[in-house]
Design a protein around this ligand. Structure first.
Ligand code: AHN
Ligand code: ZN
Length: 338
């Protein structure tokens, strides 16, 4: 017969011996440490402050632009949108500059354009330049339907998304009132470049930024660095470390991507290089000599290098995602606030 009581007593004794042994051991250790309080082991935490960025507001700013219709130079919608952008910036910024210019496109069209600039803390020589293009493409030359390829596009993503994010950043900066100087530039005539399949010079794109880089709105304008936003509104957008940005401003790429990582946005800001894109940042780097990066959605699975709606009639408000606007806006505002 098994003696249960004996077994239990033995167990009890063993258990208590172990407890006593551990207790003695900790006493010896704590004595050896001169009675210093034992450090409490904690989970490693980092804390960063996250500024407010309202994605409903940013989305509304995108929609306000697309509601004018395609913002193609020499049209009513383009004129009305210019007025809207100027009025909005005047609400938030310390000073607004409008830079009108006339130029011509690859197909010989003479176009009337405006770069629109809103500035904060003009007296501070330490400055950050934020930019997007506000015009939309006059032809949907990548549309799957050939019948659509001469029609102008809404450019909800290609144009309006970056401007929407920057208008919301301007609205927030008015509240934050940062010490650092900030200039928000809306470049015109980025998207009247040559038609797809045409191998002419890339310099037919980005006419507004080329004009501004040669004729800055303030003589000898300088900024410490710049961030361009292009196509920052599609669902699940992916931003790679684009080659021209890496060539001219790899430290700014590192700064922005590590901020995005800290904020938890590693599924959007990917730590991988990608093809060079001829975009407004090229001329700001090359001509104005301001190191500027491009946060641009690239996709090498579609054949165009960009999201499937790129330069199609599908680039409209129904394909804009508030969360992507939020991720980009929060990241950029955090970099400005640092
Ligand atoms: C080129 O395709 C050479 N550049 C594209 C720049 C662009 C167009 N960004 C938006 N639309
Ligand atoms: Zn475009």
């Amino acid at each position: 017969m098994l003696n249960l009581r004996h077994l239990c007593a033995k167990n009890f004794f063993m258990k208590n011996t172990v407890i006593l042994f551990v207790a003695l051991l900790s006493l010896i250790i704590s004595c050896n440490e001169n009675n210093k309080p034992k450090p409490v082991k904690q989970e490693e935490t980092i804390s960063i402050s996250v500024p407010l960025f309202n994605s409903d507001s940013a989305y509304f700013f995108v929609k306000m632009q697309t509601d004018f219709g395609p913002r193609v130079p020499n049209t009513e919608a383009h004129n009305k949108c210019a007025q809207f952008l100027q009025t909005q910036l005047e609400k938030y910024c310390d000073k607004v500059f409008v830079q009108p210019f006339v130029t011509h496109t690859f197909d010989g069209t003479k176009i009337n354009c405006k770069n629109i600039i809103g500035s904060f803390a003009l007296e501070n020589p330490k400055r950050i330049l934020l930019a997007s293009h506000w015009d939309s493409r006059p032809f949907a030359d990548s549309d799957p339907n050939p019948a659509n390829r001469d029609k102008p596009i809404d450019g909800a993503n290609d144009g309006a998304s970056g401007v929407g994010v920057l208008l919301e950043i301007a609205r927030q900066l008015k509240e934050i009132n940062p010490e650092i100087g900030v200039d928000i530039i809306f470049f015109d005539a980025e998207d009247w470049g040559t038609r797809s399949g045409n191998n002419e010079s890339g310099d037919w794109w980005c006419l507004g930024s080329q004009h501004w880089a040669k004729n800055p709105h303030i003589a000898n304008y300088k900024a410490d660095f710049g961030i361009l936003l292009d196509m920052v509104g599609a669902p699940n957008a992916k931003f790679y470390q684009e080659e021209i940005s890496m060539h001219f401003a790899s430290q700014i790429v590192a700064k922005v991507w590590s901020k995005a990582y800290q904020l938890g946005y590693k599924d959007y800001f990917i730590n991988t290089g990608s093809n060079a894109i001829t975009d407004d940042h090229l001329y700001v780097n090359r001509i104005a000599k301001i190191p500027m990066i491009n946060i641009i959605h690239q996709d090498n699975t579609t054949g165009t290098g960009f999201v499937s709606t790129w330069h199609t009639l599908q680039d409209n408000i129904s394909n804009i995602d508030k969360h992507t606007l939020f991720v980009v806006g929060t990241t950029v505002l955090s970099v400005v606030n640092d």
